[in-house]
Design a protein around this ligand. Structure first.
Ligand code: ZN
Ligand code: ZN
Length: 248
C-alpha cells in the first residue's frame, strides 16, 4: 500500500482511499486523521477513521460497522445502518437474557431457602422462579434472531461494496484482487462474488490465465453453444469500456 505524508501528524502513513478505487480522501494509520467524503461514517456522519479490517471494521467515532471507503454507496450505507440497529437489539436482548436468568436463579435459591409450608406460598415461589426463566428464554431467542438479521444486513453491505469494486474495473476482478481491495479474507471475497453471480449481478468469465473473473455487464450472459452476433459484441465492449473509463 502506498503512503504519503499525513497532513495532521507529518508521518509517512497517510493511505489514500484511491487504493480502493474510491474518489477522494484517505486515512492516516498513525494518528487516525481522515479526510474526504468517502471517509464519512454512514452512522454518525463524522469524517472518521475505520478501526479494524474486514467484518470487524468499525467507525472509530461511533463503533458502527463500516466498509472501506464507503464502497457500495447508498445500498451499502443503508444495509450497514440496518446491521448496526440489529446489533444494538441483539446486545439489548443478550443483557436482558443474563438479567432475567440471574433473577430466576436468585428467586429459586431464596424460595428453596425459605420454602413456605402452605401450597399458595409454594406457588408464589414457583412463579417467581419460572416467569423470569421463560422471559430469559424468549430474550435469548430474540438475541439470536437479531444477530442473524445483523449478519445478513452486513453481508448485503459487503456484497454492494464488492459489486461497486467489480464495476470500477472494465476487465472484471478476481476473488484475490477483491480480497486485497476490501481487506477481507479471500474466502469471503469468493463468497461475495459467488453470491453476486448467483443473482446475476456479476458476469463470470474465465481469463486466459484460467483465473475466474467477475465483471458487471448489462449484456445478457451467453448460453453454452450460443454466440452473440459480432456487432452486438463490439457494441457491448464499447459500452463496458465507457463505463470502466469513468470509474478509476
Ligand atoms: Zn497522521
Ligand atoms: Zn461513525
Amino acid at each position: 500500500m502506498t503512503t504519503s505524508t499525513c497532513p495532521a501528524c507529518g508521518a509517512d502513513a497517510f493511505v489514500a482511499n484511491v487504493a480502493t478505487g474510491a474518489a477522494d480522501g484517505g486515512q492516516c494509520s498513525r494518528c487516525g486523521y481522515s479526510a474526504g467524503e468517502s471517509s464519512r461514517c454512514p452512522h454518525c456522519n463524522a469524517v472518521a477513521r475505520i478501526e479494524g479490517s474486514g467484518l470487524a471494521a468499525v467507525c472509530a467515532m461511533c463503533g458502527g460497522p463500516r466498509v472501506p471507503s464507503n464502497l457500495g454507496g447508498d445500498a451499502a450505507a443503508s444495509a450497514l445502518r440496518e446491521q448496526k440497529k440489529a446489533l444494538a437489539n441483539a446486545r439489548a436482548a443478550s443483557v436482558a437474557t443474563v438479567l432475567q436468568g440471574a433473577f430466576s436463579t436468585v428467586a429459586t435459591l431464596i424460595g428453596l431457602a425459605l420454602l413456605p409450608a402452605a401450597l399458595a406460598g409454594k406457588l408464589v415461589v414457583f412463579a417467581l422462579a419460572i416467569v423470569p426463566l421463560i422471559l430469559a428464554m424468549r430474550s435469548r431467542g430474540r438475541a439470536r434472531a437479531a444477530r442473524e438479521r445483523a449478519s445478513e444486513a452486513g453481508e448485503r453491505a459487503w456484497q454492494a461494496a464488492a459489486e461497486d469494486v467489480a464495476g470500477r474495473r472494465k476487465d472484471g476482478i478476481t476473488a484475490p484482487e477483491l480480497a486485497r481491495t476490501l481487506g477481507i479474507e479471500p474466502e469471503h471475497a469468493d463468497k461475495l462474488l459467488t453470491a453476486l453471480a448467483v443473482t446475476d449481478r456479476t458476469r463470470i468469465d474465465v481469463g486466459d490465465d484460467a483465473e475466474v473473473r467477475y465483471s458487471i455487464g448489462a449484456d445478457p450472459r451467453l448460453r453454452v453453444g450460443e454466440e452473440l452476433p459480432a456487432d452486438d459484441e463490439r457494441a457491448d465492449e464499447a459500452k463496458r469500456a465507457e463505463r470502466g473509463g469513468t470509474g478509476r
